[in-house]
Design a protein around this ligand. Sequence first.
Ligand code: TYM
Length: 336
Amino acid sequence: MENAEQQKKVIFSAIQPSGSITLGNYLGALRNWVSLQDEYRCIFALADLHTITVRQEPAKFRKNTLEAYALLLACGIDPEKSPFFIQSHVSAHAELGWILDCYTQFGELSRMTQFKDKSAKHADNVNAGLFTYPSLMAADILLYQADLVPVGVDQKQHLELARNIADRFNGLYSPTFTVPDPYIPKTGAKIMSLQDPTKKMSKSDENINGCVYVLDTPDDIMRKFRRAVTDSQACVRYEEGKDGVNNLMGIYSCVTGKDFASIEAEFQGKGYGDFKTAVGEAVIQHLQPVQERFRQYIADKAYLEKCYREGAEKAEAIARRTLSKVMRKIGFVPRG
Ligand code: TYM
């Protein structure tokens, strides 16, 4: 039994607790985290060190972090199977992050599209952490020798950099890190804004109707879907150029398990009004049990604390082993 467990491939992933978790986070990443827990050895984190690259109000940051923890449990993360911790509780992340900064080139970080986007958006606070964020993300993954990293499409470039950093370090010294592969779902890998379906759905969408949150009320969810931008063709078909409809079909497919052909057949001859209402209803129904479980978990702070403390202990044991190996290879004198 113990041996079979050791032979499973390792999965690591993380999410930032920066505000409410979106339907994009859920369909692009979290849904997969939950479904992979039996087949793989999974380790998950709330990437709170990453969150301070954008200024946070302390009380709100604390509240968002606890809520995100409870929500992920509600989504189905099982802390008995998958150590689930808060990144700042395991200091090896910051330590390996610094080390990997020294093995990452300025030019590589300058090419990261998320850095370019975020520095344009927060022009008054283009801090060094925003720039070196991808090497901290590489540290998160490499500490656990992860084989696979389930993420949405927007994280693919960061994953490629993590692979390059791992390869570089392994080449300079000797094999030290597992080189991780991204695990990107076929549908839901990039959920778009309901108001501008050429942009990804994001927590920071200026238009409140563009982004659905996992904890939105049923009325809010339905309002957002009813107002979703589509096109003037009144035809539910997945094809290039129909970004709004394609996005709604993707969401509907994710939450119902139906493929595109059967969705097209279901709405043949029907207008967008019916289609949008059906998507809204399916999402509400899908999220309802998650919301219910969230209310139970968030009310039990002692249980949450037990889970994240134990999660950090388990994660730390693995992370320390990798960090010691890295430091020994570089030539740091051990404290003894
Ligand atoms: P974050 O917190 O922005 O997003 C968490 C996960 O949600 C996915 N995602 C989406 N998927 C589909 N459609 C969308 N509209 C959408 N928006 C977000 C993201 O791809 C991600 O998988 N840097 C990471 C957090 C992180 C991390 C890591 C991830 C830190 N360390 C190590 C993996 C491994 C981030 O900011 O994700």
